[in-house]
Design a protein around this ligand. Structure first.
Ligand code: URA
Length: 239
């Protein structure tokens, strides 16, 4: 385990940073058997005991959520329900954070994890983890839009990286397509469809890298990832 601040190490037991600081100040934390009251001390988590027990959880947590519309991809919000509110209370205080964000009206796969390194690599455009979305849009999509997405769509402030568009239904009343891209800037998919003259009517995320949204999860439902799913994600990120 890397060297971290003592208060950070204590949060591994599921405490918030301020709860960890209070526990340290109260003398409940020992490093190599000695009580320490300096939260800034540099330690390895395995040297630390909180109330006599190692603060390290059984392991990192990896959870998939099928986000419904109206829920925000954040750990807290003063007005609206968050993806963490979809979990039972025992899981809400474990330091889970979402990997990337979906807009409030966008549904589908959100990965929550305590594994910061994996989260970072899945989000970073440098690692090119593919995000897959099912998009419903106005009007009839054609091969012209497939080509435009493949070339990279120019938006007002940047040019989107080439993306794959796979047409599923195309009609004058609207179309359905899967879109695969390796970056995730603010409102990116919506902006790309608007730029080619087909504003979105619905958007749902189906996959992140090798991870697929479980079709058995209804809106608002969640489950832990299987060992195989975690291994595939780590392999995709060379971890
Ligand atoms: N693109 C969007 O426009 N919104 C999202 O939530 C995700 C991708």
């Amino acid at each position: 385990m890397p060297i971290v601040r003592l208060d950070k190490a204590v949060t591994l037991a599921g405490l918030t940073r301020s709860e960890a600081r209070r526990a340290i100040a109260a003398g409940r934390v020992r490093v190599d058997g000695l009580p320490v009251r300096d939260g800034a001390m540099q330690v390895r988590p395995e040297q630390v005991r909180l109330d006599g027990a190692p603060p390290v959880d059984a392991g990192a947590l990896y959870i998939m959520v099928n986000k419904p519309a109206g829920v925000v991809t954040a750990t807290e919000d003063r007005r609206l329900p968050t993806v963490l509110d979809l979990l039972p209370p025992t899981l809400r205080r474990k330091g889970l954070g979402p990997v990337g964000r979906l807009d409030r009206d966008v549904t589908g796969l959100v990965l929550l994890t305590t594994d910061g390194q994996l989260a970072h690599r899945l989000i970073s455009p440098r690692w090119k983890a593919e995000k897959r979305y099912r998009a419903r849009c106005e009007g009839r999509l054609t091969e012209a839009e497939v080509g435009a997405f493949a070339r990279g769509i120019e938006l007002s402030d940047f040019t989107a990286r080439p993306a794959r568009l796979s047409l599923l239904e195309a009609g004058d009343d609207g179309s359905v397509a899967d879109v695969m891209l390796t970056e995730g800037k603010f409102h990116q998919v919506k902006r790309m469809f608007t730029a080619v003259g087909h504003p979105l009517t619905a958007l749902s995320r189906l996959g992140i890298g090798p991870l697929e949204l479980d079709p058995d999860l209804g809106p608002g439902e969640w489950r832990h990832l299987s060992e195989g799913e975690v291994a595939a994600l780590k392999e995709a990120c060379r971890l």
